[in-house]
Design a protein around this ligand. Structure first.
Ligand code: PEP
Ligand code: MG
Length: 885
């Protein structure tokens, strides 16, 4: 007989995949003796079977729940539906990976017309009993009966208006009773049957509804966004209720063991007196900071902070804790590893290691490499003069500007059309997820640091200001006002998520300064990683930036970027249009000194480090005006009859552009095929590199140029170019009377090159995987078209799991890489091998590069820190790290 239900004391943190995160942690907290209200967890396996059997509860589950409920009832000394002593329970979802607010929760289950009276009698508090009941009807109707929430909210607001009160807790017992009746009538009217009275029926309906909520729209969007497997299913936690809404000696709160925004080691969170859990998270009332609890309930605060420390020590990580105080007694309702900003993540990992709670390697594993990107977020220039409209809570750092939008659909629409928007809402709900994704930043008028908007924005690294009550939003008029200033939809507003400021108009921003903890952690990463990290840099400025970020060399210098610009383009065009070799040589002679000075600058900036310079790669027509442009211009010139000279030259150009036109330029006359057809172009570039290297060597600067041939398919191509490289290098050294070290090698960008890597290795000192081209040619997906056209269909339908242009396709492209590494090294054991496609700065791909034994990864300068950390994580997780442990 399968076991689907586990009482809390039967589980533990290690059973996460079966019990979900929440269930496993409730069990763990029970195990270590913390005050957790008793309960049970229905496993994720039961949910999976529910879906596999066409949405039927698995056989035996109902009996198992009932059996365990009896144990639970004995344990608590109350019974579900018992009029003398009723047990009330919560029914909550709990997935394996945290999906905050994405699925459903039902509180106060077990209430009906009988038990509500018992509750009133037992607590001596009629208001409390009625308030709990009306909340239950509201939640149950929304989640289980699928009657829209706002229909109930509407009745509630009307009632508050009628009673002349602002807050829910100001409603009298009579008003609450009337609300219950109105809610029930609404249910009856919509469903044609009354609200269920039988607690056992309520329970089974609720369990099934939680299973169903696994596949609600927002949960699916969230899983797609966070790459969570759709087949995992959710667990269901059934727990005896404790009440934070029993008066002023009760309350409920959410707290982090450290500040999740900055990482500072102080208890951080907020609570509400006389409230139930969802009031804090939903952001309906703006809660008080946790430090105030020390004044209001000192003993509870003391106990809570001790438990918080215990949990942090136990889990060796920042904890995000939910708690409730019922009549002065503290209960723990949840703990989980807390989401944090990148900045806080760094500081927390660093501090936990320095406090001796974890090792340095564990500290490195605690940081999500991709998050380092957020650290490089721009901030508002502190010198700037700002019109600060209002201040709210600093919910997620970074600065953002955009036009104000009040609606998530609209935010998504404008965002997709490339506009920058700022999403402004009273509060956000999980239904706003698409708007948040599309927005540059989020501003809410209500809700605290743990409200939905704050949590989601922090996770995404988006700036967010919450609880900015000074702004009054009028959705109907599509505007908000602050002290008489009216801001309309479409107006430009900026937010400063680190300081909580709301600013009128655009603001000047500046690059961030990196913390000392960040530098320390990256130095720990450097101690343990095996992969070298280089940067892709095309200019001396980029090379210097790359050095600043810790790159140990240039892995790819794309020389074509040097051919652009007003000064150079005419010579490049002359070179392309040349009818004879002499004419071409003349144009190349003009370009030579310019190229030489480029290489001189880059090699100097990277003194002592290797610089891999790629010979010209793109098709030549990229340097000429577009066909369409020329057609329009020649037609106009012809029509007007003016400027006959210009018409002639434009017609000449048009003929050349037509001649160079290719149906498939990515597979056309590009890469080293250019060097085969026009060897003088490559010779000029090789000469420029050698001249720069010779001059710098003479000046005593150590240079390590690596001359790279792109898009090869065959050893004979390399033989052809290597002869030129070696000859020119020798001649230049003789001419300058110096020697310098240089090497020559090839990019591996085409499947044939990977398959014949052993032959290529005979004539190459190094390989560098150009995985942008290797991906496009292995999958046959045009890199310019796939993403905009059909790739999203492949991802939505899960034909491909990841975008192969972002995350390396290990099975296909990766296999070719493995073949190339193995064949290449067989012929030349000391062959230097790296990667310089976009994947070189993506954590998962870096891990793969480590696993297959590459020597280096190369990526854009801003992603160098990510690659350094990812390389360290790869070394640690494969057990190959060395140095500091
Ligand atoms: C590549 O193909 O991966 C590469 C680095 O070259 P490019 O992107 O310039 O084609
Ligand atoms: Mg390429």
């Amino acid at each position: 007989m399968a076991k689907y239900v586990y009482l809390f004391h039967e589980g533990g943190a290690e059973m996460r995949s079966l019990l979900g995160g929440k269930g496993a942690n409730l069990a763990e907290m029970t195990k270590i003796g913390l005050p957790v209200p008793p309960g049970m967890t229905i496993s994720t396996e039961a949910c999976r079977e529910y879906y596999e059997s066409g949405q039927q509860l698995p056989d035996g589950l109902a009996e198992e729940i009932k059996r365990n409920l009896v144990t639970l009832e004995k344990n608590v000394g109350k019974e579900l539906g018992n009029v003398d002593n009723p047990l009330l329970i919560s029914v909550r979802s709990g997935a394996v990976f945290s999906m905050p607010g994405m699925m459903d929760t039902i509180l106060n289950l077990g209430l009906n017309e009988q038990t509500v009276k018992s509750m009133a009698r037992l607590t001596g508090n009629l208001c409390f009993a009625y308030d709990s009941y009306r909340r239950f009807i509201q939640m149950f109707s929304d989640v289980v009966l699928e009657i829209p929430k706002h229909d109930f909210e509407h009745i509630l607001s009307k009632e508050k208006e009628r009673q002349g009160v602002t807050y829910d807790q100001e409603l009298s017992a009579d008003a609450l009773r009337s609300l219950i009746d109105q809610f029930k009538s609404l249910v009856k009217e919509r469903l044609g049957r009354p609200f269920p009275e039988d607690p056992m029926e309520q329970l089974f309906m609720a369990v099934e509804a939680v299973f169903r909520s696994w596949n609600n729209d927002r949960a699916i969007i969230y899983r797609n966004l966070n790459k969570i497997d759709h087949n995992l299913g959710t667990a269901v936690n059934i727990q005896s209720m404790v009440f934070g809404n029993m008066g002023d000696d009760s309350g409920t709160g959410v707290a982090f063991t450290r500040n999740p925004s900055t990482g500072e080691n102080v208890l951080y969170g907020e609570y509400l007196t006389n409230a139930q859990g969802e009031d804090v998270v939903a952001g309906i009332r703006t809660p008080r900071p946790i430090a105030k609890l020390a004044e209001e309930m000192p003993a509870v605060y003391q106990q809570f902070s001790t438990i918080a420390r215990t949990l942090e020590k136990h889990y060796k990580n920042l904890q995000d804790i939910e708690f409730t105080v019922e009549k002065g007694k503290l209960y723990m309702l949840q703990t989980r590893n807390g989401k944090r900003t990148a900045q806080a993540g760094i500081r927390i990992a660093h501090d936990l290691a320095m406090e001796g709670l974890i090792s340095k390697n564990d500290a490195l594993l605690l940081i999500e490499a991709a998050q380092l990107d957020h650290l490089l977020h721009r901030q508002i220039d502190s010198e700037a003069k700002l019109t600060v409209l209002a201040k709210g809570l600093p919910a997620s750092p970074g600065a953002a500007s955009g036009q104000v939008v009040f609606d998530s659909d609209e935010a998504e629409r404008l965002g997709k059309s490339g506009q920058k928007v700022l999403l402004v809402r009273t509060e956000t709900t999980p239904d706003d997820i698409h708007g948040i994704v599309a927005a540059q930043g989020i501003l809410t008028s209500r809700g605290g640091m743990t409200s939905h908007a704050a949590v989601v924005a922090r996770g995404m690294g988006k700036p967010c200001v919450c609880g900015c009550e000074a702004i009054k939003i009028d959705y109907a008029k599509q505007e908000f006002s602050v002290d008489g200033t009216v801001v309309k939809a479409g107006d430009l507003v900026s937010i400063d998520g680190a300081a909580g400021r709301v600013i009128l108009g655009n603001v000047p921003m500046k690059d961030p300064v990196l913390s000392k903890e960040y530098l320390t952690l990256l130095s720990w990463a450097d101690d343990v990683r095996r992969l070298q990290v280089r940067a892709n840099a095309d200019t001396p400025e980029d090379a210097l930036k790359a050095r600043e970020f810790g790159a140990a060399g240039v892995g790819l210098c794309r020389t074509e970027h040097m051919f652009m610009g007003q000064e150079r383009l005419p010579h490049v065009q002359q070179m392309i249009l040349a009818e004879t070799t002499e004419e071409r040589l003349e144009a190349l002679q003009a370009l030579l000194p310019m190229q030489e000075s480029d290489f001189y600058g880059i090699l100097k900036a990277m003194a002592g480090y290797p610089v891999c310079i790629r010979l010209l790669d793109p098709p030549l027509h990229e340097f000429l005006p577009s066909l369409e442009e020329l057609l329009v211009e020649t037609a106009t010139l012809r029509a007007t009859g003016q400027e006959p000279e210009r018409l002639r030259s434009r017609e000449l150009l048009l003929r050349k552009v037509r001649a160079l036109h290719e149906f498939n330029p990515m597979l056309g006359h590009r890469g080293c095929r250019l060097g085969i057809s026009f060897p003088e172009i490559y010779e000029m570039q090789i000469q420029a590199i050698c001249n720069a290297a010779a001059r710098l060597s003479k000046e005593g600067v150590q240079v390590l140029p690596e001359i790279e041939v792109p898009l090869t398919i065959d050893k004979s191509e390399m033989v052809f170019f290597k002869e030129k490289i070696d000859r020119i290098a020798q001649e230049t050294m003789q001419q300058y009377g110096v020697t310098f070290h240089y090497t020559s090698g090839t990019m591996i960008e085409l499947p044939r090159a990977a398959l014949l890597a052993d032959e290529l290795a005979e004539v190459s000192d190094f390989f560098s995987f150009g995985t942008n081209d290797l991906t496009q040619t292995t999958l046959g997906f045009s890199r310019d078209d796939a993403e905009g056209k059909f790739l999203s269909d492949y991802l939505n339908l899960k034909i491909l799991k990841d975008n192969p242009f972002i995350t390396l396709d290990r099975r296909g492209v990766g296999q070719l890489m493995q073949i190339a590494v193995e064949k290449g090294r067989r012929v030349r054991p000391d062959l230097l091998i790296g990667i310089c496609g976009e994947h070189g700065g993506e954590a998962n791909s870096v891990q793969f590069c480590h696993e297959i034994g590459l020597d280096f990864v190369s990526c854009s300068p801003y992603r160098v820190p990510i690659a350094r950390l990812a390389a360290a994580q790869a070394a640690i997780s494969t057990g190959e790290s060395y140095g500091t442990r």
